[in-house]
Design a protein around this ligand. Structure first.
Ligand SMILES: *Cc1c(COP(=O)(O)O)cnc(C)c1O
Length: 386
């Protein structure tokens, strides 16, 4: 085989990744409800973002499909929403989100990735300072990178440092945006949103951007997220969520003021220059949103089971800052983490190793993400096998 120089360099890098236990590949798995089949083995899926069990709920899919309206079963919007893709179902979903969150308006995007890649570059300019938590999601980091704003990342959940930065810089910028997740995806810890609201109110022209990707559907009485739980929805300027996780669909959304929505429609490149999601996908999102409001028992059970697994992990010496359904088991070394993941998989629990660059060097871990469909008996088995 004759490789080009570029391919030779790529190959070297792949070998390097393999040697350090950081090589990734696409798993040849089959999904079956909450189960995963891999190489003839059946495992409980503990790596899913299907937090409410909706994606694996056959009955819900059947209910959705039982009454097909061929005029609504449209599999492509064939255009950006600014041209001919703005089907009425978009307004239907956005009106529902606006009503649920009791905000001025909502806007739906093709994915959470599009959302985070697009909002910050649209609203932030060179007179803006973005203050982002060190551990925010890659999609937010990419959005910051292509924006013309200045950015400082504060130490993870270090709000004393955040306040120092706000204090030091507020006079030098026309506006500041504090950017955080509400439940952090790799540690499962929860941001104190009321404290962040307090901080942003202390400094004029400071806005709060919260990514609730892992919290929508899961937290708050009606499943609206940590902001609902903490009763601070009105104070969050950009409250972002995704449909791809607990809502078992696809897409992202922000609830915000009407002016910001209008502005995003005019300035947000990942909104303007892409084909809108298929209308049928939006119909399903609408259907799921209406169901998830009432899934209080699922939310309660998820909370209880998370607490139980956290206590079991602590009993075995694995402490963590998690206070959610995402529970890291930090091992440290990547290769050892892979071995441990393999061991758990042989025991019938599909847990995946999370390694750099997803998490900081030296903090490779198994990441348990619990879903409401996991029974008490299955939890006990998991705890015994940890
Ligand atoms: C998953 C995730 C996203 C991306 O959402 P998609 O809809 O999957 O593109 C954004 N932010 C956070 C915090 C996430 O965990």
């Amino acid at each position: 085989m004759n490789y080009t120089d570029k391919e030779t360099a790529c190959k070297q890098e792949l070998i390097q990744l393999e040697q350090t236990g950081n090589l990734r590949g696409l798993p040849g798995i089959e999904l079956d409800g909450k189960w995963i089949h891999l190489d003839e083995k059946k495992m409980l899926n503990l790596s899913s973002n299907d937090y409410l069990g909706i994606a694996s709920d056959q009955k819900m899919r059947q209910d959705f499909l039982s009454n097909p309206d061929i005029d609504k079963a449209i599999f492509s919007s064939s255009s950006s929403r600014l041209l001919t893709g703005n089907y009425p179902v978009y307004q239907k979903v956005e009106r529902l989100l606006t009503d649920l969150y009791k905000k001025e308006s909502a806007l739906v995007f093709s994915s959470g990735y599009h959302m985070n890649m697009g909002i910050l570059p649209a609203i932030a300019d060179k007179n803006t300072l973005i203050l982002a938590d060190k551990l925010v999601h890659a999609s937010i980091i990419d959005g910051i990178r292509i924006s013309s704003a200045q950015c400082i990342r504060y130490r993870h959940q270090d709000y004393r440092q955040l306040e120092e930065l706000l204090d030091k810089h507020h006079a030098g910028f026309r506006s500041m945006i504090i950017v955080t997740e509400s439940i952090f995806s790799m540690d499962g810890d929860v941001s104190p949103l009321p404290l962040l609201v307090q901080l942003k109110k202390k400094y004029p022209n400071t806005f709060l951007y919260v990514d609730e990707a892992h919290a929508v559907g899961v937290r708050g009485l009606n499943g609206l997220g940590i902001a609902e739980e903490e009763d601070c929805i009105p104070e969050i300027d950009f409250l972002c969520g995704t449909f791809g996780k607990a809502f078992a669909s696809m897409g992202g959304f922000v609830v915000c003021s009407k002016i910001f929505r209008d502005y995003l429609i005019n300035r947000m490149r990942t909104f303007i220059f892409t084909t809108a999601l298929p209308p049928i996908q939006l119909e399903w999102s609408f259907f799921v949103l209406n169901q998830m409001i009432n899934m209080k028992e699922e939310r309660m059970w998820l909370r209880k089971s998370s607490q139980k697994v956290k206590e079991a992990l602590e009993g075995k010496g694995f402490t963590s800052t998690s206070s959610s359904h995402i529970l890291p088991v930090v091992i440290g070394d990547s290769k050892e983490t892979i071995l441990k993941a393999g061991e758990m998989q042989r025991k019938g629990f599909y847990m995946l190793p999370v390694r750099p660059p997803t998490v900081p060097e030296g903090t490779s871990r198994l990441r348990i993400s619990l879903t409401a469909g996991i029974t008490s008996a299955e939890l006990n088995q998991l705890i015994q096998n940890l």
